[in-house]
Write a protein that binds this ligand. Structure first.
Ligand code: GLU
Length: 293
């Protein structure tokens, strides 16, 4: 067995805003299996910075489901809400580099801008998740400072174009492991994401910022998660390079789809592990259903 510090580190990082479903089971089981095979560690991280959606009771239910699946993760688990200072420090660093600006654009204003452009027959650029890119509106530093001082809600965004001038060429790709564990360099096009949010109006850090800070803080060497997050990795590589953090290796696994062909959602109770368990399913049944028995 290698030294603790040399051992690969895997993590499963659920958000406690609902019960785990079959897709989460696949992620958690793959992390557990890959960690075992590699003689590595398996960590669980609770991504609970979204105060409007995260609930402690869901955290307890998630841990109970993972125990029921007989997954061997280390305790205590890391909770993002206990590490807000770490995200603030990363944000301060990016701010000191001149890469962060406040954005006051509201959802309603965005909707109106997109609708107006589309009425004129223009196509509004969208990010890889399909969300319209939010433009940087011209504003003097004084105006921004006055609006912030007046308490106007705002997000903090990364100046992506400027950020891309500061990082070396290797941040434009990441190592993706295939099913056999062989690495392939995947090219990145982070500019497609536009000026991503780093801190939200209602949360002190965005998913992108927190995940990058946490993976480094926890010494994560392997990020195993669903294919729906594969393009987010392009943003994560940029942030890792700007912040001088090591880049883990990635494996983005297939998604479990519902009968309607869409990816599963926490809001549909029928495929939650809890509902399946209450209906008499065993952990072996779950593994069989998702093709990992
Ligand atoms: N918290 C994210 C989710 O539940 C996963 C983040 C990650 O694995 O990077 O979708």
């Amino acid at each position: 067995m290698p030294n603790a510090s040399d051992r690969p580190v895997f993590r499963f990082a659920p958000s406690p805003n609902g019960d785990l479903h079959l897709g989460h089971a696949l992620s958690a089981i793959l992390n557990d299996e890959m960690a075992r095979t590699a003689g590595g560690r398996f960590l669980v991280r609770i991504e609970d910075i979204d105060g409007s959606r995260a609930r402690p009771e869901f955290e307890a239910r998630i841990l109970e489901d993972l125990d029921w699946l007989e997954l061997d993760f280390e305790r205590p688990v890391r909770r993002q809400s206990e590490h807000l200072d770490d995200y603030r420090a990363a944000l301060d660093r990016l701010e000191a580099m001149g890469l962060v600006y406040p954005s006051f654009v509201t959802r309603a204003e965005m909707k109106a801008m997109v609708a107006e452009a589309e009425e004129r027959g223009q196509t509004w650029l969208r990010d890889p998740d399909g969300a319209p890119l939010v433009p940087r509106l011209l504003m003097s530093e004084e105006e921004a400072a006055t609006r912030i001082a007046a308490g106007e809600p705002h997000a903090l965004r990364l100046d992506m174009d400027e950020a891309l001038t500061r990082i070396p060429a290797q941040a434009r790709s990441f190592a993706e492991l295939d099913e056999g564990g062989n690495p392939h360099e995947k090219p990145c096009h982070p500019a497609d994401w536009g000026d991503v949010v780093l801190a939200r109006k209602d949360a002190p850090a965005s998913y992108h910022l927190a995940v990058v800070v946490d993976d480094a803080a926890q010494g994560v060497t392997h990020v195993v998660r669903g294919l729906d997050l594969k393009r987010s990795t392009e943003v994560h590589r940029v942030l890792q390079d700007l912040l001088g953090l090591p880049a883990p290796r990635y494996h983005h696994h297939r998604l479990i789809l519902g009968p309607d062909g869409r990816k599963l959602s926490k809001s549909e109770a029928s495929t939650s592990l809890r509902a399946l368990r209450e209906g008499g399913a065993t952990p072996a049944d779950i593994r069989r259903t998702i093709g990992v028995d």
